[in-house]
Design a protein around this ligand. Structure first.
Ligand code: MN
Length: 714
């Protein structure tokens, strides 16, 4: 078992002046809160966190990171609180411990490759400090090494998760030794037969192989002296998982995988790398297509090396990797290789050049605004423009930063989006404009009666949701315009006593649409509904066609129809100054009549509605939507007006008032009488008048009726 001294001693080897008290304090605290907890292996729980801390020390991490490794399970498994950790170990330590805890709590299924990628991104996005990932990797590395104590089902699940998520993350961080170690352990649990086969093959001829390795190393060393190049040579078999991968990819048996051996030649300079490559090829024949130059074109995780496969002694294939000492360090330690102590004891990534390494490491990184600031704070924000959340089934979905439950709903299905009324995040109800956060579990609540709101466009972030909402709104408006357009057109037809059954499907309207360069009869109704085309205009073209058809069918009514068509169409009651062919409606709130001072209000998609100038409904409306309107010359149309007549209650009053109205040539469409407590009668008359002059005459006459007190238009 690892002892505290092993950890602090290790730290002091790479940073002699490190403040190891923090680590010691973390040890004491961790021992206290984990007391009594035992691992499945039978060891005290403390052993696990110490192993993790030791791995971090092996990675040459700073004291904060090592201390955080020692504390990494306290928040999840013990009575320790964040406040206490912060008080005792500082905000930086807490941030790391908290980050590791959050990741540990995530429950995901990583079955599909795409899904696994999203999970990896989510973990990286949640780790705003690189050290969170490193502690998590150390934690996982030790857990994998003690996986044998877990029940088989759990072994499998953890191994799968490690292979899908953590080994690739280690690879992305460039920490090769952790990646290889994790992969090999996973192989042991996931493909035990293959693992055993590879192991047997490699160990069965161990002596022979060792002899061969030594022979090659000796040959190369001798040659290097000839070439006058200083180098160090290591030989080893490749790690099991990479052999396994090769067997699988190329469908080979282990006996057919020849180059299980790899040699590494480490030299002082880049020039030496290329020199060695050339010289090696002069003694051993290279295998076609296997030469790779990762020095001039580094891998995304900044791995640099020359690779070649050659046919070596005894006709055996072997892989050679040639690189400098620096490159070797990066290849093994990855991001940790850049984790150096500065003179003042503050840790940080070494310099701007190496920082670019970190940047490129994160291949999906969109933009990094200020690399210097990034460097100083050792925080990372890998995906500033993305957020990762869970479905209730544990699937991870990616969204642009600031996305809302509505975006989430539309990403499932447009129908879910259209019917969504609310959302539960981590089990709590939130408003639809809630901004999703990394790791949220999102559940959408739908209702069959719900429908999208125009306002949603203002806060959704995905273009899919935006487009779908706009489409829905547009379609709603279109349906409304069609309804309105049909109504207007049918009313006009009706006035002319022409009936076209099923107007929309009729051939005639389709023909007119084509004449006016619209795509369909529906489109023309939309245009009428929106007030962009007048019903008159359409009717003018429709009429001859209607006639033709009627002639064919029945000669008898031709004369009648022609007669009807000759009659002048009544002009609209209103001219809207400056705007022609506008759809005009009379406001239902104030019932304007000819002679009133009126003003037009441009509605959304419903043409102009005409209000009386003092109508309360338009006083507060946007001034830019108001247009001047004029009454056109008088005609036969009548307009409804409501009058309120207040009087002393008496018999026959209603009859008297009605008589006066009728005398003045106006219709009464409705009359209603109420009696008040103080014996007054209040009557409401809805009457139809031609214009304001007629109305004024009627009002004057009613005032003259006995016992009438007040007459008002309302
Ligand atoms: Mn742990």
């Amino acid at each position: 078992m690892i002892r505290l001294n092993d950890i602090t001693g290790k730290v002091l080897t790479y940073h002699p002046r490190a403040d190891i008290q923090l680590i010691e304090k973390a040890y004491v605290y961790s021992a206290k809160v984990h007391e009594g907890q035992v691992r499945l292996s039978g060891e005290p729980y403390l052993s696990h966190v110490m192993e993790a801390a030791y791995i971090l020390a092996q990675m040459k991490m700073d004291v904060v990171c090592v201390a955080a490794g020692m504390l990494h399970d306290t928040l999840e498994d013990t009575s320790a609180t964040p406040e206490e950790i912060e008080r005792l170990f500082g905000a930086e330590t807490l941030r790391i411990v908290d980050g590791v805890t959050k990741i540990s709590k995530l429950k995901f299924n990583s079955a599909q490759e795409r899904q696994a990628e999203n999970v990896r991104k989510m973990i990286l996005a949640m780790s705003t400090d690189i050290r969170v990932i490193l502690v998590k990797l150390a934690d996982r590395l030790h857990n994998m090494s003690t996986l044998r104590f877990q029940p088989p089902e759990k072994q499998r699940r953890i191994a799968e998760e490690t292979l899908d998520i953590y080994a690739p993350i280690a690879g992305r961080m460039g920490i090769n030794w952790i990646k290889s170690s994790l992969e090999d352990t996973c192989l042991y649990y996931l493909e035990p037969a293959a693992y055993e086969q590879i192991q047997n093959t490699i160990t069965s001829k161990k002596e022979e192989r060792d002899h061969f390795i030594n022979e090659v190393i000796q040959m190369l060393s001798d040659k290097a002296k000839e070439w006058d190049i200083r180098c160090s040579i290591k030989g080893r078999h490749k790690h099991f998982f990479s052999i396994f991968r090769k067997m699988k990819q190329q469908n080979l048996d282990i006996s057919q995988v020849y180059d299980v051996l790899a040699f590494r030649i480490i030299v002082d300079t880049v020039r030496d790398c290329y020199a060695v490559l050339g010289n090696v090829h002069s003694i051993w024949k290279p295998v076609q297509g296997r030469i790779k130059d990762y020095i001039s074109v580094p891998k995304q995780n900044m791995y640099q090396s020359l690779h070649t496969t050659v046919v070596g002694p005894y006709g055996k294939r072997m892989e050679l990797q040639i690189r400098t000492w620096d490159m070797d360090k990066v290849a093994e330690e990855g991001i940790a290789a850049h984790w150096k102590y500065k003179e003042n004891g503050v840790s940080g990534v070494a310099d701007e050049k190496q920082l670019s390494w970190v940047r490129q490491l994160m291949e999906w990184q969109q933009s990094l605004q200020d690399p210097v600031q990034f460097l100083e704070s050792v925080r990372m924000d890998l995906f500033p423009n993305e957020v990762y959340v869970f479905t209730p089934k544990g699937e991870v979905k990616e969204f642009p930063m600031g996305a809302t439950p509505v975006d989430f709903a539309y990403s499932i299905h447009s129908e879910v989006g259209e019917k969504c009324t609310g959302a539960r995040i981590n089990g709590r109800m939130v408003p639809l404009r809630y901004k999703l956060r990394n790791g949220d579990i999102v559940e959408i609540i739908t209702s069959p009666k719900a429908h999208p709101s125009k306002d949603w466009v203002g806060f959704v972030k995905t273009s899919r949701a935006k487009t779908k909402i706009r489409q829905w709104v547009q379609n709603q408006e279109r349906q409304e315009s069609i309804r309105l357009g049909r109504e207007i057109l049918e009313r006009c037809l009706h006035q002319d006593h022409i009936a076209i059954p099923n107007l929309l499907k009729s051939e005639q309207l389709g023909a007119v649409a084509r004449e006016l360069s619209f795509r369909s009869a529906e489109d023309i109704l939309v245009q009428i509904g929106l007030g962009r085309v007048s019903a008159k205009q359409v009717l003018g073209r429709l009429r001859p066609k209607v006639v033709d058809e009627k002639e064919d069918k029945s000669e008898g009514i031709v004369a009648k129809v022609v007669d009807l068509l000759k009659r002048r169409r009544e002009p609209l009651g209103i001219e809207v100054t400056g705007i022609s062919d506008m759809l005009v409606r009379y406001a239902q709130c104030c019932h304007p009549i000819p002679g009133d001072r009126v003003i037009g209000f441009i509605t959304r998609g419903r043409g102009v509605s005409v209000h009386r100038e003092n109508c309360p409904a338009i006083i507060d409306s946007a001034p830019e939507r108001l247009v001047p309107v004029n009454w056109s010359p008088p005609k036969d149309e009548v307009f409804p007006v409501i009058l309120r007549v207040t009087s002393v209650e008496r018999k026959g009053l209603l009859a008297d008032v009605s008589a006066v109205i009728t005398q003045k040539d106006a219709n009464i469409s409705k009359a209603e009488i109420q009696t008040t407590m103080d014996k007054k009668g209040i009557s409401f008359f809805t009457i139809e008048v031609k214009n304001n002059r007629q109305l004024q005459e009627i009002i004057a006459s009613i005032r003259k009726v006995k016992e009438v007190l007040i007459v008002e238009r309302i």
